[in-house]
Design a protein around this ligand. Sequence first.
Ligand SMILES: NC(=O)c1ccc[n+]([C@@H]2O[C@H](COP(=O)([O-])OP(=O)(O)OC[C@H]3O[C@@H](n4cnc5c(N)ncnc54)[C@H](OP(=O)(O)O)[C@@H]3O)[C@@H](O)[C@H]2O)c1
Length: 278
Amino acid sequence: MYKNPYGSVALITGASSGIGYETAHKLAKLGFRVYGGSRRGGESIRYDEGAINMLQLDVTEEESIKRAVDEILEKEGRIDILINCAGIGIAGAVEDCSGEEALRQMDVNYAGTLRMIRMVVPFMRARGNGLIINIGSVGGVFSIPFQTLYSSSKFAVEALTEGLRIELKPWGVKAALVEPGDVRTGFTAARIYAKDCKTTAYGARFTQSIKQMEHDELHGKAPDAVVKVILQTIRSKNPPVRRTVGGMYKVLVFLKRILPSRLVEALLDMMYPKSNVK
Ligand SMILES: NC(=O)c1ccc[n+]([C@@H]2O[C@H](COP(=O)([O-])OP(=O)(O)OC[C@H]3O[C@@H](n4cnc5c(N)ncnc54)[C@H](OP(=O)(O)O)[C@@H]3O)[C@@H](O)[C@H]2O)c1
């Protein structure tokens, strides 16, 4: 069994695709008993060392989370590691996104993470051990134009994790962020565009910017790079607040913390197509 301070039962949301899928398979091969959640469920697999049991779990539905958590507790009596990986991206200029779209973005990425934590933490506190890994994003450190709703949800996940760590300290339960940059997953194809966002005053710039961003994602790192960092976090008795995935993104996140905000903004502005509005 993979040596770590928490245990061998892991629950991973968003395990049907991308980072969650690769993490589930890697952990199962290392001997973890993995429970993978997603709306579509998926195939359960047994490896020589461990196994993945896929469950139907929608992080926007309290009942669905409860059913999944109850099932794991009944079988295992514990959840040692929770990895909150479920996420979606809604793209569009802020002005072009409806309140409904904003709530949907926050509901999956932020409130979904919060619901999972609230359901699992009581059992971790009772055992006086446990690890929660929240998959944030470099987009949760820099607000990315035309993905501002997505960035808002990931900024919120950063805040959630930072406060949670301090609240959980007396019980020895740990929480940490893993922040990927561009990763080649199903995320790009699953992205939702705000209704009519291509035909408004922002349309041309939005279309060019999102094309560039999607190109970067499709040529980004393979999910294994994120899995490696998740494994480092699982091995840590006292994980750091955040681990950014990849050397270049680490440097960017560091610069964000030390450079004046106006300079960071100017650099970000330079990265994306310019406005044709005078
Ligand atoms: N790809 C990137 O470039 C990148 C960069 C930084 C951060 N991230 C973050 O990494 C995480 C994983 O994304 P990914 O890149 O692996 O994307 P992905 O391949 O699209 O996987 C997303 C997963 O989330 C699940 N999901 C979506 N809505 C859900 C809901 N309501 N309830 C439960 N599961 C739900 C999906 O499964 P179902 O559709 O079956 O529900 C899928 O398994 C996300 O939080 C994302 O924000 C990704």
